[in-house]
Ligand binder design. Sequence first.
Ligand code: KDG
Length: 354
Amino acid sequence: MKVKGKLVFLLALLLVALVAVAGCGGSSDSGSSGSGSGDAPEEAPKTVKTIRISNGINDKHPAYLAGLEFAKIVESKTDTLKVEVYHSGQLGDDRTATEALQLGTLEAVVTSTSPIANFIPEYAIFDLPFIFADYQVADSVLDGPFGDQMLEMLPDQGLIGLAFWENGFRNVTNSKRAIATVADTDGLKIRTMENKVHLDAWKALGANPTPMAFTELFTAMQQRTVDGQENPLITIELSKFYEVQDHVSLTNHVYTPFVFLISKIFWDGLTAEEQQIIQEAAYESRDWQRAEIRKQTEGSLDTLKANGMTVTELTDEARAEFEAAVRPVIDKYKTEIGAELVDFMFEEIDKARK
Ligand code: KDG
C-alpha cells in the first residue's frame, strides 16, 4: 500500500510540474513585454490608396502602355499605393476626367493639353500652329523652365501636373480628297479637339471645323458626320482610322503634349514619401513613353499606306501657305494667352534650336 501511495504522490507531483511548465510557455509569448496579453500586438493594417489613370486612346497606344510602366514602378516601391490603368475613355473623355480630378472623384488622367485650355486659358499656347520644329525642341521646352511654369498653373485648378508625356505631331486625314494645298481644305468638315485655337486655325484654312471628344470621333467619321480629323500618325494607326478615312496629309501642324495630371484633393492626402514615389515614377515613365511612341510612330505611315490611305507630303510652298494662313490665329491668341508668356516660350524654343 505504501509503495502505491508513493507512486500516486509522484504522479501528482509530475502532473503539477507539467502544468507549471505549460503555463510558463504561454507567458513566454507575453515574454519580456510583461503585457500579460499573451499575443504580440497586431500591426495596424496599412491603408492602400488606389490611383486610377484615365486615357482616351486604346490599350495599344504608348500612353496606356506607359501607364502600366508607371504602375510597375510605383507598386515596386511601396505597398500603400495601387495603380489601375484605363484606356479608350472608359472613365470618361479628357475633359470629363479632368473635371472628375477637380472634384476628387477620380485620381489621375493622361490628357491632351488642348482641353485644359477650357480650365486655364494659357494652356492654349500648346495649340499654336507650327511652333515646335521637332521632338528635341519639344522635350527641351516642355521639360525646362517654360514647362515648369505651365505646370505651376495647375494647382489653382485643383490639379497637380506630374510631367508632360507625348501625344505627338498632328496630321490631317479625311474621306473626301487628298489635301496638298490650303485650297484643298475648303469646306471640309474637320473634327477638332474642344479647343478654340484649333477651331480658329481650321476656319482660317477654309475648313468647317467642329469640336468633339475623342471618344465620339470614330463613329462620327464612320457615319460621315465629319469628313476628317487631325491626330498624330500613331493615333490614326492604332485607332484604325484608316477604316473610315482615305487620305492623310503630313501637315505636322501642331505638336500636342499629354499632361499627366493627379487630383490635388487626392495628392494632398498622400504622405511625402508617396508623393516622391509618384513624381519619380511619372518622370521615369515619361521617358519610357516618349521613346516607345517615337519607335512605334516610325512604322505608322507604312501601316496607313498598307491599309489603303493616300499619303500627301506638303511641298515647301504649300507648307508656307498653311503657315501664312494661320498666322493671324497665332497673333490673336498671343494677345489672349499673354504676350509675355508667348514670348518666353519662343525664347525657350530659340534656345533649344541652337
Ligand atoms: O486621352 C487622350 C485622348 O482622349 C485625346 O486627347 C487624343 O489627341 C487626341 C484627340 O484628338 O482628342
